[in-house]
Design a protein around this ligand. Structure first.
Ligand SMILES: [Cu+2]
Length: 385
């Protein structure tokens, strides 16, 4: 796959550098990374350069005429012309043509974005404050996370040279799924589904079998971003994800890796889910309180609720907190947690609970959690035929 800038062909070195600088300025070096790039950038630069040309022309004329027709003592002002047909036609027709090109080019570029090809890979995307939850057609969700801005965001994969359609919905407010490198953006609403599709054209990552890691093809380019483009509250700017574009066999491998969490011990899986399911946006594990209470030291403690009730934090309490977060509101906090009903499996709920148990202040709990995780994994492997 070409490195960024390579598409400029055998240009001279200074020109290549200048063009790289230009691409970096607008698109972080991500030009033609999807099938929408050329048309979208074409419209953009057409509008940009037309506006620039008219800005320069108008400013130049303004200063020139202001100077030329300034008041000079003793010189009588010229009489204003009342009418000039050729001039009036010129300034009506030329802009009309320029605007018509804008409209038609824009429409031609936009229409294909509205209709996803029938053979698209389908990925469902759920937005909530302040995380993206991404589910593939095999039920897999990305487990890998990366620290983006100040928070961990999911790292997920798209196949190269094949259309992928996102079916999007929100659990709370309006968000917007923005994939700048692919020139794709669409709002995500709480009460109905919206969709958009992309077809990436450049592989960004590959599987390194010796190191067992996904590595960038170009070490300087860590892949593409997913961001939220609709202000959705305090941590809107942290609502990010990282996208890897993979060759088809790598993509299938990645998908099956994410789906197969059975071999990951509960404690480790819980730690991964804390980040990949977005709990990290509201729950710290170091005792500092955020939108929600920290998970550190809550295991086995009596949790006090706003309505005066209380419950001991055990597996069932954590299960209920995830599936019906509004049922009991922890004292000192508000009902801001989205439900994870239908987005987590039983084993994942158990994994979160076991992980929270390892964050107990009581050494015996930590040991018990690790032992339980090891035992669960042993039984699973033994149960396999
Ligand atoms: Cu958002």
């Amino acid at each position: 796959m070409p490195t960024p800038g390579a598409h400029h062909g055998p240009a001279s070195m200074p020109l290549t550098l200048a063009l790289d600088w230009w691409d970096k300025l607008w698109f972080n070096g991500h030009v033609d990374s999807s099938t929408f790039s050329a048309s979208s950038d074409g419209v953009f630069f057409y509008i940009f350069w037309t506006s620039t040309a008219f800005f320069v022309l108008l400013m130049a004329l303004m200063f020139w005429w202001a100077w030329k027709y300034r008041r000079i003592p003793g010189v009588a002002p010229e009489a204003s012309v009342s009418h000039n047909t050729i001039l009036e036609l010129t300034w009506s027709i030329i802009p009309t043509i320029l605007f018509a090109i804008m409209f038609i080019w824009g429409l031609v570029a936009y229409l294909p974005m509205k209709i996803a090809p029938a053979d698209s890979e389908v990925i469902s995307v759920t937005a909530k404050k302040w995380a993206w939850s991404i589910v593939y057609d095999n039920g897999a969700s990305p487990l890998q996370t990366e620290k983006l801005a100040d928070m961990d965001g999911p790292v997920f994969a798209l196949p190269v040279d094949r259309p992928t359609k996102f079916i999007m919905s929100s659990q709370d407010v309006i968000h917007s799924m923005y994939l700048p490198a692919f020139r794709a953006k669409r709002d995500v609403f709480p009460n109905f589904y919206t969709g958009q599709w992309v077809q990436p054209t450049k592989i960004s990552h590959r599987w390194n079998e010796t190191e067992k890691v996904w590595e960038p093809v170009n070490p300087l380019d860590k892949g593409y971003y997913l961001t939220c483009a609709e202000y959705c509250g305090d941590q809107h700017s942290q609502m990010m994800g990282r996208i890897m574009v993979l060759a088809e066999p790598d993509y299938q491998l990645w998908k099956s890796q994410q789906a197969d969490t059975g071999g990951i011990p509960l404690t480790e899986l819980g730690e991964k889910l804390h980040k990949s399911k977005g709990c990290v946006a509201c729950h710290s594990v170091d005792g500092s309180s955020g939108t929600g209470p920290s998970w550190k030291g809550i295991w086995g403690q009596s949790r006090k609720f706003k309505d005066g009730g209380s419950a001991v934090a055990d597996e069932n309490y954590i299960r209920e907190s995830m599936l019906e977060p509004g049922k009991h509101i922890v004292d000192g906090y508000s009902n801001q947690m989205p439900t994870f009903q239908g987005q987590v499996t039983d084993r994942e709920i158990l994994a979160v609970a076991t992980y929270i148990k390892t964050l107990s202040d009581n050494e015996a709990d930590k040991e018990a959690a690790k032992a339980a995780a090891a035992e669960e994994l042993k039984q699973k492997t033994e149960a396999k035929p």
